[in-house]
Design a protein around this ligand. Sequence first.
Ligand code: C2E
Ligand code: CA
Ligand code: CA
Length: 568
Amino acid sequence: MLQELEGAGKPARVLLVTDDPRTAVLIGEMLRAGWTTGLVVSHTGSVADATHELLDHGATCALIDLAGEPSPIPALEQLCATVSHIPIIAISDRSDEEFDVTAVRAGAQDVLVMSELNASVLVRSVRHAVVRKRSEAALARQALHDSLTSLPNRALFFDRLRVALDRSRRTGRAVVVMFLDVDAFKTINDTLGHSAGDLVLTVLADRFSRLLRPMDTVARFGGDEFTFVFEGLDSEPETALLAERIRASAALPLAFAEEQLSISVSIGVTIVTDPKTPLEDAIRHADTAMYRAKDLGGARFERFDAAPAAPPMPDADLEPALRQALARSELRVHYQPRVSLNGGTGLVGFEALVRWEHPERGLMEPVDFIPVAEESGLIVPIGDWVLEQALDQVERWRQSRPEVTISVNLSGRQLQDAGLLDRVTTRMRRGGHDPSVLCLEVSEEALAADPEAASRQLAALNEMGITLAIDDFGAGDSSAADLQQMPVHILKIDRTLVSRLTAGGADSADVSAAVELGHRLGLCVVAEGVETDEQLAQLRDLGCDGAQGFLFSQPMPQEGVCSLLGNR
Ligand code: C2E
Ligand code: CA
Ligand code: CA
């Protein structure tokens, strides 16, 4: 047992910290009397000396005599914090339970009373302290490392990044964050089995670790994702060179069974120069760049560049301009296809998305003006106009494709508007539209604002035969019970959830839960923001009914839809 304390053959080394030479001699003798294998006892007179000694030479265990210490607990605390890997036993001159508890909280493994000491008590205490410290260390290691690759895990990565960003706040030097994802990892797992997948991950972990300097971090972030933190890279070319080395090291051939696997990876790089950048943003930027690398075909790295911010325009200016936009015919409607995943990927309809062709700012996205429209109430006439345009268009398209439908967004403000039903009824009647052609989308957030009023309005629209969808599901926190109250037919899963579907399938739990919930309530489940083939494959696996996203098409003007339908 005692030999285990220092590995076979090596003596155990115990450091005594006491300013009383008599105590040092006494304890040294007790230790030697109780010890059966090799033992080296050394002695220092102060906590400061002990700290240096332990940092420089280590020890199996340290015993600190607190009797002569003017402020025993702070001294103990400081020592334990500085050499947290070495078990420390405190020795006090009186039996005092309160003091013992405080000493243990300060980091001591045990507290012994000088007058009660003998050889066997002392040796047993040392032995237990060492064993306990080892298992603590093993647990701490497990909690912060990935068991497959032994790399730091996500939690430790966050910690390292936080420390790096803090340091950059002081030094002013940039921090580089990289986000790496293995291309087509799911195919490797699916075709060659999980042991092949595991091998790929361990080999990559090993290759990446070898490339790095001791101060750098590579972590297994989850699934087939690795993340890196670098400090002190001084130039962009240096960063690019490193990303390229990492990419190339992953691409080296790898033997599995009889097969030669060729692996490629996509890497997103962000250079954090603004020390105020939040940690989450740094990771998100690297992740975004990684996705761009994937979109460009994978097997490459891409640098994140923040889109230049639009020239700031106070909302005060925006509102009167928006008021005139309708009259000046500056609004446009773009349409994004929605496809069915139930057998093939057939086109089932389009979603109408408004844009504003601002005379000075160019084509503006809804995020930049819908909030102003909502606040000012302008969303009511704008929404009405979008509805009219969309219904007119869909009737034209249905001449060649009678099955296509049109979805139009309703904001919370519109839902609270008492005149909504009248206006929709009038529109439908005037155009002679079949209500089943129209789907109205209401966001989870808009529903949550006033669930009772919302559910009354929706019930009336439902009566009319209009299809209803819950939009952006998963972005808010509505419950299954809330959903059950609503007379809706379609559940659209928010694109932030879909974007987390990675090649390894690590983060599919939220989407899977949403699909399950939707189906349990008898709803058709549609995923929005589908951008990659991997996401599509996973959505199919999860049983999702429909999809929308850049993978199929960006929103496009009406002319685009015509040529899309004409070409088919
Ligand atoms: P939404 O209803 O969730 O619309 C989908 C948004 O996702 C659209 O943004 C679309 O361009 C974008 N999108 C579609 N596929 C992808 C993809 O694969 N990746 C990514 N990253 N994005 C994708 P858009 O057009 O900017 O519209 C933003 C929001 O503005 C809409 O979100 C909707 O809430 C609101 N909105 C748009 N038009 C109208 C309207 O006529 N009336 C009302 N009340 N709100 C509207
Ligand atoms: Ca929508
Ligand atoms: Ca949406």
